[in-house]
Design a protein around this ligand. Sequence first.
Ligand SMILES: [Zn+2]
Ligand SMILES: [Zn+2]
Ligand SMILES: [Zn+2]
Length: 334
Amino acid sequence: MSNNNIQDAMADQKTFKALCHCKSSQLSFTVPTSSLPLPAYFCHCSICRRTHGTLCTIHAKIPPPKVDLNTFTAYNSTPTVQKLFCSTCGAHMLDNAHEEDGEAWFVEISMVDADESTWNFESHHFLENTKDGGLSTWLPEIGGKALRMWKRGSPSESEFVQPPKLTANPSTQGGKLKAHCHCGGVEFHISPPRGDELHKDSPDNMTPKDKTKWYALVDACNSCRLISGCAVIGWAFPEKSHITLADGSPYRPLFGTLKAYKSSMDVDRTFCDTCGAVVTYTCGDRPNFVDVAVGLLDAESGVRAEEWLEWRTHRMSYEEDCIWVDFKNSMKMG
Ligand SMILES: [Zn+2]
Ligand SMILES: [Zn+2]
Ligand SMILES: [Zn+2]
C-alpha cells in the first residue's frame, strides 16, 4: 500500500490520479468515499468542442487538486474560466472556474485512472449549441440509465429534442467547410470530394458509400483519449489535396498556432499551442489523408456535419481500448 492509500483507508477517502499521454503532466485529487460515484456530465458547448477538437467533453467537479502547473498551458476560454492542458502533448486535464462563491475545479474524467463505477453519468449539457445533437444522438443512455438532455447548462432550463435526420450533401450546397479552433489561431477549409479519382487510396473500411462525402468515425483509442482529454473523439478523413489554409495556400503539416506531437513512430499529431485543441492526425499508412478533429468543423447542419461526412455508426475504432464498458456498449447501440 502506498502512503496515499494508507491515509485514504484511515480517513475514509479515496485519491485519484491522472496522467497525460506524454507523461509530463499529472494531477491527483482526493474525495470522501461517501461522495462516490461523482456526478459527471457531457458538455457539448462550443467552447469545449473548439478547445478540445472533440464532439464534447466529459467533466466532474472535484475538490482543489494537487497539481504542478509548470508543465501546463493555461487558456482563458472566458473571463472566469481557465482551461489547463499539457504543453507537450496538448491533453486537456483541468478547468479552473472563478465563480461568485469562489473557485471551482473540474477534471476531464477520461484522463483519470479510475473505473467506470467512480462516475455517475447524469446528463448532456449545452445541446442547443450542437444543432444536430452531436454525440448525444448516439448516446441517449449508459448502462440502461437514460441521460438527461439539456438545451443549456442547467436542469432548470428546457430539454433538448433531437432533430430529424438530415439528408443534404455538400455538392448540392457548394462552398467549403470551415474548420477552426477556439482561439482562432488555426483555421482551414475542406472542399467536398470531387470526381472518381478520389477515395481510391483510402482503405476499404474508411471509404464512404456516398462519394460526395468524406468518411468519419468515432475513435476510442488510448492515445486519442490521453491527447484530447475525452474518452472518444470524432475524426473526419479528407484528402490533403482538398484542404486549403485560411490564406488560400495548400495544406502543409504546420501552420498558424499548430504545435507538433509525435504520439508514436509513425504517427504525427498536431494541436493548437494556444487553446489546446486537437487538430490533425497523419500517419505513414495513409500519406494522402489528413485526419481532422470533427469538433473544429463549422457545418450548417451541426456538430456531426452530416451533409459533409458519412459516419460509421454502431462501431468505434479501437473499442477494446475504451475505458468504460457500459459507455462502450451504449455507444455501439447508438
Ligand atoms: Zn502531456
Ligand atoms: Zn463546455
Ligand atoms: Zn486555438
